[in-house]
Design a protein around this ligand. Sequence first.
Ligand SMILES: [Zn+2]
Length: 276
Amino acid sequence: MTAVYLFLGGLLVVAIALGAKTFLNLHRRRKLLVAPPDPAWEKILKKRFPTFFDLPEDIRHRLTGIMQVFIHEKRFEACGGLREVTEEMRVLIAVQACLLLVGIEKHGFFPRLRSILIYPDAYRDRRRRTFDIQTENNDVRLGESWNSGSVVLAWRSVVDGAKGEDDGINVVFHEFAHQLDQLDHAADGAPPLSNRGDYQAWARIFHREYEALVEAAQNPASDPLFDTYGAENPAEFFAVATESFFEMPREVKEEHPELYEQLSIYYGIDPTVWKG
Ligand SMILES: [Zn+2]
């Protein structure tokens, strides 16, 4: 009998400890979400991500709050000869990753992601993994998103993507879109949506658009708006469509209005407001 009491007592202690930890985490998040950002961020964002200053004020405010939680909770690691992770790197990655979350009601701050591995430039992987290579070359990669809780980024491509050129190429949007897609444990091009009606419309429109890109990718004369890397599979299509949605929203809205509407409902924002 004593053993049973000891066991139950142990369970109670663990439950209290977990409850206290959750409470403290939520309390810390609430504080970070409303805390004023480090003044040094302004200089970094002006230099590296000018789009930030085109965002409406309420979005900028929400975004810096989410960024602070993100930077506090995720581990950033220097890899492949990169000497250190600087504040500039943390801020530039966070601002782009968290822009994806700014209009999503229950995003959980990329709950499955624990670490961001940063390489100085496109990096080589000796084991030749085939998951998510975002380049034509077989063993040089710009970024990856792993189901196991990490995102891999090449710093140079993070900087290039952040410049705000309307080319639909942004490695941070791409890899973090994969993180959202993988939230339901399936990299299938459909992140968790709010109800069945949403899934039906999403499936119908995304399937049609994906098939159109697959066809365009096979036709050398075609000039599709989306990067044909999105024709690899539906997960890549969602990641590529996300890049274009944030980088050249007006073109996506004009050429693919139904897809634009689905992305706008999912992300809870309309990027044409700040990006013409
Ligand atoms: Zn990808």
